[in-house]
Design a protein around this ligand. Structure first.
Ligand SMILES: Cc1cc2nc3c(=O)[nH]c(=O)nc-3n(C[C@H](O)[C@H](O)[C@H](O)COP(=O)(O)OP(=O)(O)OC[C@H]3O[C@@H](n4cnc5c(N)ncnc54)[C@H](O)[C@@H]3O)c2cc1C
Length: 469
């Protein structure tokens, strides 16, 4: 079946499902605040939330270029899980114990998001079923076992490894030879979370201005076409869109990720698939996929597609979220490779978004004490939970800098105040990322027909050249 009946773009299926939010007023001239947050995604909103909760007297202004949840926070796969980009590098830089503490903080963050959503009465279809990662080639199985061992070594003693039969008892993925499951993950509806969070933040007394693009951030200033917000602290929470800000073109590379969602599947199809635990589902391919069973019984599945657009371009202005037809077909093929019984199933919606990738693939949270400029992001593909940990850390950074609190456990985590060099100029940036993903895809194809457990050498080389390993 072709994808002609598939809605492509319109930001994401999650908005088609839950509706676009009512617009908030733009900034109406110069003003002042104690803290100015740039960007109304999970990072910016959780930061405003925790700061206002800790210090209700603070005047906090959030500036959002479109509307809260316009970016990845309104488009993602809804995996709330404990992965954090850069953990292994942080272990090399700061020692194993520091990285174990970072991992423990991430485990706790999954619970914290679930707790805070409940406290704020945000019904985001959260289902705490854990994360299941499957292998379906010998090479993937070897990586799965290595991955499983690595996670145990970071203190995840509650993770379990399963063979083909046990995997099939949870979910019947064609050809699956094993899986690894962790309880530290939950499925959620991204837009219900971000809309609920924006409302909660506003109810606390934070000012949110939408349709207000910040064109430049400099110490104590966030400049927009409608006026400037002056504040001792200006926090940049713009993730995959950061390259559009003055002076930030090569800071974080905007990497695309695309998704498709099926029509709701009937009970007899679910009988053939299983997946009663509604774990978030991933694989061990180099160009990995991620999926969830939604609250209304669809499958939402994502993968890389065209990884990066020349010159760090993000959305098309006329149809934000649009993805390439070839990507839709590639994701459909992936879906039917996993579940052959879904051949010909209706794909209701396809979309894409951008995530932020630093040159060393390490998420960071930073406050420059000299200037009052802070930022958090570079989460690569793991920002749903990480944004919450980053936000609580930004809160602690601002509070300790302004003398409202002392050192905290969060401030001692190894990703705090980490600096990294910028990406190469074009065309090297484009060539590097496209070369890396072409290599990954070739390696994945080779592994499908190979009986060896060894990953192709070129895939390992691509990891090293890209800065990923
Ligand atoms: C398709 C897709 C699937 C994903 N799936 C998962 C997943 O399942 N699990 C997971 O953990 N992570 C996933 N991610 C990543 C995750 O969604 C992000 O890491 C997370 O949402 C980042 O939140 P954020 O607030 O930092 O960035 P964003 O949500 O991108 O928010 C940034 C906000 O800043 C605004 N902004 C940008 N520039 C300006 C400016 N100059 N002025 C004013 N406002 C500005 C944007 O409009 C946007 O609203 C996925 C990402 C994508 C794209």
């Amino acid at each position: 079946m072709s994808s002609t009946n598939t809605v492509n773009g319109g930001i994401s299926h999650w908005y088609a499902d839950d509706g676009l939010p009512t617009a908030r007023e733009p900034l109406a001239g110069d003003t002042t605040a104690d803290v100015c947050v740039v960007g109304g995604g999970y990072t910016g909103l959780w930061t405003a939330y925790y700061l206002k909760k800790a210090a209700p007297f603070l005047r906090i202004t959030v500036l959002e270029q479109k509307f809260c949840g316009y970016g990845a926070s309104g488009r993602n796969g809804g995996w709330l899980y404990n992965g954090i980009a850069g953990r292994d590098r942080y272990a090399r830089l700061h020692g194993r114990d520091a990285a174990v503490r970072l991992q423990q903080a991430m485990n706790a963050t999954v619970d914290e998001v679930i707790r805070a959503a409940a406290e704020e009465h945000i019904d985001a279809d959260i289902h705490h079923g854990g994360v299941l990662e499957v292998a379906y080639t010998p090479a993937q199985l070897a990586r799965l076992k290595a991955f499983h061992e690595a996670e145990l070594s970071y203190g995840e003693s509650d993770r379990t490894l399963h063979g083909a039969r046990e995997t099939a008892e949870r979910i019947r993925v064609a050809g699956a030879v094993g899986s690894s499951w962790t309880p530290h993950g939950a499925r959620l509806h991204p837009v219900k979370l971000v809309k609920g969070l924006a409302a909660a933040v506003e109810a606390l007394g934070v000012t949110i201005h939408e349709s207000t693009p910040v064109t430049e951030i400099r110490p104590k200033h966030a400049v927009t076409p409608y006026g400037t917000v002056r504040a001792p602290y200006v926090l940049r929470c713009t993730e995959g869109f950061t390259a559009a800000l003055k002076g930030q073109r090569r800071t974080w590379l905007p990497m695309n990720s695309s998704m498709i969602v099926t029509a709701p599947l009937p009970a007899d199809v679910w009988d053939t698939i299983g997946w009663a635990g509604r774990e978030t589902l991933g694989d061990m391919a180099h160009a990995y996929m991620y999926a969830q069973r939604t609250a209304d019984d669809r499958i939402a599945l994502g993968g890389r597609g065209v990884p990066y657009r020349f010159g760090s371009k993000t959305d098309t202005a006329t149809n934000p979220g649009r993805t390439q037809p070839a990507t839709i077909e590639a994701l459909r093929e992936l879906l039917t490779r996993f579940f052959p019984q879904l051949t010909g199933v209706r794909i209701d919606h396809a979309w894409s978004g951008v995530l932020g990738v630093p040159r060393d693939w390490c998420a960071t949270v930073t406050l420059d004490r000299a200037t009052g400029l802070g930022w958090a992001g570079g989460y690569v593909g793991s920002g749903v939970a990480t944004a919450n940990l980053a936000a609580r850390t930004l809160r602690d950074l601002v509070q300790s800098d302004s003398g409202q609190s002392g050192p905290t456990d969060l401030l001692s985590l190894p990703w705090v105040n980490h600096r990294v060099r910028k990406w190469e100029p074009e065309p090297l940036r484009w060539l590097g990322v496209h070369g890396m993903y072409a290599t990954y895809r070739a390696a994945d194809r080779k592994e499908l027909t190979s009986h060896t457990a060894e990953a192709p050498r070129r895939a390992r080389l691509a990891d090293r050249l890209s800065g990923r390993a």
